[in-house]
Design a protein around this ligand. Structure first.
Ligand SMILES: Nc1nc2c(ncn2[C@@H]2O[C@H](COP(=O)(O)OP(=O)(O)O)[C@@H](O)[C@H]2O)c(=O)[nH]1
Ligand SMILES: [Mg+2]
Length: 460
């Protein structure tokens, strides 16, 4: 599957740095190295997997462009599985541009985003889930997210998928044998119950993987914790308190926060994104109305909704609407302004929240804030669900493919238990296998690959 041309790009991030690396991969890498590199020692500069010191010269003018360390890696022992050249230059953008230009003049073409990783995938160095994990590692924003990505790169997800595919292929083989021999007399059909049990077991394991996506997404992007409440309840003050900085504007006037504001933080190493929203009340103007519409949308997309009541005033219809609208969500209820005389009476609270713990907090003094963080942390655990699967999904594409696989399995199971001909179930099982293979890339179209790799950075 080796590609005919040689690609090149700056592999380090834009801007200045101690060093910057220009990378080339493909059959021309060695020739390009020889054309540009003048080793300080005259021994063969392009021994594989050896670092050599020397100069890069412009192939047309002979001008010295930089003093570098160069490493050549002969196929297949490289990231891409192809001959690869890495030139470690001084990390100035102009130097790197010049060296890259020289590499291109010597016979490479500019790499597309993600093309190195794509070649690694095409050459079988990585499967698709692992290739995506490379990007996931680069963009990880928390230790947990990084750990999960590293696990994927090392193949934990690929292994699970491989096991599921193998189990599914076994069942498919039994069914196909049955189909081949069903015309012949005296051949027993495979025992239905055993077959169905195996299908259900596979479906349950796939279900376990898809259920882990909640946890994976939160580790990757941060859980969304949306603070909602009526105007002047102290949402922006609480938001600032939770962040430990004066991020949102606080005033005594109701209706100060119009749009939502979000900011990242973490609770015990778990990344969260706190969202401060406009206060719920009858809007006074179109901007406020839009802001309030956004609150409802934010709450719908939240992992945890913090309902903030104002303990210094009576319970109102706005509070009632907020509680009712979030009835089925993962909610933490807090009563703010505990430093003021309590006016809100617990017996005025609606049925939806009478059973639950209501945390007393003061955004002004900080009282009760650690307990609130703990409650949010516990709620995050509920949102993540108890995942017992071997790998944790972090990628929506994987989740969608696995859900499709599960649906096909269920169709096969129904067909078989409903007495349909095994041909139908076999068809469904092949669909299920195909969907599993999309995760690791055994069964995947060119356009999907284009879409996946185009989100990578150039040089990766
Ligand atoms: N006494 C007291 N006042 C508070 C507390 N939290 C907020 N406030 C005050 O309540 C008013 C509204 O606060 P703000 O955070 O803007 O509320 P929001 O409209 O819900 O965002 C401001 O005058 C705050 O200083 C608190 O815990 N105790
Ligand atoms: Mg506000």
């Amino acid at each position: 599957m080796t590609q005919a041309d040689t690609i090149a790009a700056i592999a380090t991030p834009p801007g200045t740095g101690g060093i910057g690396i220009v990378r080339a991969s493909g059959p021309g890498a060695e020739r390009i190295g020889r054309a540009l590199f003048r080793p300080s020692k005259t021994s063969n500069p392009l021994l594989s997997h050896r670092l050599s010191h020397g100069k890069i010269v412009c192939p047309t003018t002979g001008r010295i462009l930089d003093e570098v360390l160069l490493v050549f890696m002969r196929a297949p022992r490289s990231f891409t599985g192809e001959d690869t050249l890495e030139i470690h230059c001084h990390g100035g953008p102009l130097i790197l541009e010049e060296v890259l230009t020289a590499v291109l003049r010597a016979g490479a073409r500019p790499a597309e985003p993600g093309e190195f990783t794509r070649r690694a995938f095409l050459n079988g160095r990585l499967d698709l889930a692992q290739a995506e994990a490379v990007q996931e590692m680069i963009t990880a924003r928390s230790q947990r997210g990084l750990d999960l990505a590293l696990g994927h790169l090392r193949g934990d997800l690929s292994r699970s998928i491989g096991e599921l595919r193998a189990a599914l292929l076994d069942v498919l083989a039994l069914l196909e044998a049955e189909i081949d021999f069903q015309e012949e007399d005296g051949v027993e059909a495979s025992p239905r119950d055993a077959l169905l049990d195996r299908l259900r077991d596979i479906a349950a394991r796939i279900g376990g993987l898809t259920a882990s996506y909640g946890e994976g997404r939160m580790a990757r992007e941060g859980a969304r914790v949306v603070i909602t409440g009526k105007a002047n309840a102290g949402k922006s003050s609480l938001f600032n308190r939770l962040l430990g900085e004066d991020r949102a504007i606080v005033t005594p006037h109701a209706g100060t926060t119009r749009d939502f504001i979000e900011e990242g933080a973490s609770i015990r190493g778990v990344p969260v994104r706190y969202v401060d929203t406009a206060g719920i009340r009858a809007a006074r103007d179109p901007a406020e109305r839009e802001g309030i519409d956004r609150v409802w949308r934010q709450a719908a997309a939240a992992d945890v909704v913090v309902i903030l009541l104002d303990g210094s005033v009576p319970f109102t219809t706005e509070d009632r609407d907020i509680v009712a609208a979030n009835r089925d969500r993962n909610v933490v209820v807090a009563m703010n302004k505990s430093d003021l005389p309590a006016v809100l009476r617990e017996d005025s609270l609606p049925g939806e929240i009478t059973g639950r713990e209501i945390l007393r907090v003061s955004a002004r003094t900080g009282e009760g804030i650690p307990a609130l963080r703990d409650a949010v942390f516990a709620a995050l655990g509920r949102a993540a669900g108890a995942s017992r699967s071997e790998a944790v999904l972090t990628n929506l594409r994987h989740k969608v493919a696995l859900e499709r696989s599960c649906a096909s399995l269920r169709a096969a199971e129904q067909g078989l238990s409903g007495g349909l001909s095994p041909e139908f179930a076999a068809f469904d099982l092949r669909e299920a296998l195909g969907a599993l293979g999309e995760v690791t890339g055994q069964t995947i179209g060119e356009e999907v690959l284009d879409r996946i790799f185009s989100t990578f950075c150039i040089g990766k």
